[in-house]
Design a protein around this ligand. Structure first.
Ligand SMILES: Nc1ncnc2c1ncn2[C@@H]1O[C@H](COP(=O)(O)OP(=O)(O)OP(=O)(O)O)[C@@H](O)[C@H]1O
Ligand SMILES: [Mg+2]
Length: 277
């Protein structure tokens, strides 16, 4: 690993002092930390000894070539990999001062705190209202559901477009609207972290740009961790960038400007400039 991926460069104070993103929120603490994380599918290792601290209320981008373990890493954070039988995780993922793999952690409760948005918009075949309210029903939310639905749709920059059709099917929306509906569904249970796996890659440029603007707004309130294949997107929207390369190695992790303008590692520069991957 390079100097920039040693623990020292990842401590929270560096995030505070080096943050060049202009966000007004005060210096961020750590939302999620991976420590010596290894992930295997059967005998195949997909994540190789990854240690990184992800700052809260910032956008952190995970980039790297296909198959380097970005989705696997993302899914470790809210234990979505639990669903994959052959997947084995070693090491820690800390969230709220606790290893999410501790036996007493309830994965369903964890996913309420760490929501997820996928590449392909996947609304349920239900009304717009019921899509957003879905997580609230599961958690026996005792507040005002309609109000939370409205807040969540506003938070996902979709309210104005759907407020008169809350009872129509989520599937009738455009792809970009469906993705914002999925974001509304993810934020309704009031999570702390939102994981996004290539959330704009199935969308046209206009819809993608709306989601990018939205991600920027979301980081005022949430920690956003986003996988993207789009370098410009990572450069535009993230505060920190983690570069994974083949074999599930975290090769460099730093402020986004540093990664894109002056990376420490030649392999990172080659990847970013399109020499491979
Ligand atoms: N469910 C699974 N079963 C077995 N192997 C898997 C599974 N999911 C991922 N892998 C393997 O783990 C490695 C990492 O895959 P992963 O999907 O995390 O990569 P990625 O960086 O997200 O790639 P992409 O950019 O193509 O989405 C790959 O070698 C992949 O084949
Ligand atoms: Mg992936």
């Amino acid at each position: 690993m390079s100097n920039s991926t040693t623990d020292d460069s990842l401590i929270t104070t560096e995030v505070q002092t080096d943050s060049n993103d202009g966000r007004e929120a005060p210096a961020a603490g750590t939302a999620v930390a991976a420590r010596d994380l290894d992930v295997f599918y059967g005998d195949e290792q997909a994540i190789d000894d990854v240690t990184m601290e992800i700052p809260e209320k910032r956008v952190t981008a995970l980039i790297g070539p296909s198959g380097c373990g970005k989705s696997t890493f993302l899914r470790c954070i809210n234990r979505m990999n639990d669903m994959i039988e052959i997947c084995r995780v070693e090491g820690d993922v800390e969230f709220g001062g606790k290893n999410v793999y501790d036996p007493d952690v309830d994965p369903v409760a964890l996913r309420r705190k760490i929501g997820m948005v996928f590449q392909k918009p996947n609304p349920f075949p239900k009304s717009i209202r019921d899509n957003v309210a879905y997580g609230l029903k599961i958690q026996d939310f005792d507040g005002d559901v309609d109000q939370r639905v409205e807040e969540s749709l506003k938070g996902a920059a979709l309210w104005d477009e759907v407020k008169d059709q809350l009872d129509s099917s989520g599937l009738e929306l455009s792809g970009g609207q469906q993705q914002r509906l999925c974001i509304a569904r993810a934020i309704a249970p009031d999570p702390e972290v939102i994981l996004m796996d290539e959330p704009t890659s199935a969308l046209d440029p206009v819809a993608a740009s709306k989601i990018e603007d939205l991600i920027d707004d979301l980081a005022e309130e949430y920690t956003v961790i986003i996988v993207t294949h789009n370098m410009q997107q990572a450069a535009r929207i993230s505060d920190r960038t983690a570069v994974f390369l083949t074999g599930g190695e975290l090769v460099e992790y730093d402020d986004t400007a540093k990664i894109f303008e002056d990376p420490e590692e030649q392999r990172v520069e080659d990847y970013i400039t399109g020499k491979f991957g």
